[in-house]
Design a protein around this ligand. Structure first.
Ligand SMILES: [Zn+2]
Length: 128
């Protein structure tokens, strides 16, 4: 079950060191129900629609390359639908309370590669 998250005010937040870089402790808000720390850094999480737009951009790029005569693995409509459903059902897109953009990008990359195994990972990464 997904927690609806009840947060304490920042005044009652906890002091924590940044996890991704050196720096001083900063106050963080947390959920009083599940104990998750709310992510408040600059690498903010996005809606599923943001990632579906990226998928469309990748598809557009592939179609242009194919037009130029460069062989590329096409993304089919069915693959797109399966990827969209997997994104919508994935925890990091359903509940973004403590999720960073990087975590979502890695999950997105894994899901796209799962349904389009011939698509190079660095091609996907270049659109993120
Ligand atoms: Zn919670």
């Amino acid at each position: 079950m997904v927690c609806v998250h009840t947060t304490v005010s920042i005044r009652h937040g906890v002091y924590l060191k940044p996890q991704d870089r050196p720096g001083p402790c900063r106050k963080h808000v947390y959920c009083t129900t599940c104990g998750q720390i709310k992510y408040s850094g600059g690498d903010r999480p996005r809606d599923p629609g943001y990632f579906m737009n990226i998928l469309s951009e990748i598809e557009r790029y592939i179609n242009l390359e194919i037009k130029k005569g460069i062989p590329m693995p096409r993304i089919t409509a069915v693959q797109k639908r399966l990827i969209a459903r997997a994104i919508e059902e994935s925890d990091v897109f359903v509940d973004t309370f403590s999720v960073t953009g990087r975590i979502q990008k890695d999950v997105f990359k894994r899901l796209v590669r799962h349904y389009t195994p011939n698509l190079p990972g660095d091609l996907i990464e270049s659109f993120l």
